[in-house]
Ligand binder design. Sequence first.
Ligand SMILES: [Zn+2]
Length: 170
Amino acid sequence: MATQECPCGHLGDPRKPCTCHPGRVAKYLSRLSGPLLDRIDIHVEVPSLGFEQLSRSGQAETSARVRERVQKARAVQDGRFASKSRSASAHCNAQMSPKQMRQHCRLDNASQEMLRLAVDRLGLSARAYDRILKVARTVADLDGKESIQARHLSEAIQYRTLDRRGRAGA
Ligand SMILES: [Zn+2]
């Protein structure tokens, strides 16, 4: 799903200023927020690029390399959920039950505090909280780590851009 962040479409655009009244932006975002945003795992801002940036090739990771990383993380998840009973079985982190989350998404004290602060500050729902934990589990899998570390969690929190914007009133 893709959306602009404000009626004129330039909020956060480094090349063109947003001309919307702040009140209108808040109203615009509030129509998106809540239950809908809660059901989306990852929010990412994609700023508009100039021609020079678009036409520059090289440096970027190839799709084949990305595919390799994704397959590795998938294999980890297959192993995690394979032995469990068929009935309540999940195939990937997104499908974890509350019980599986307690088992596989343990946080150390520092990370727990970080998440508590984020929930407070962003006014996150229980559903968004669960999504952050599951995404953090996947970030840790991509990093080849058994346990979720602070940097995995903070990356997952970063992916709640629209919750953050809505809260800040943009
Ligand atoms: Zn605007």
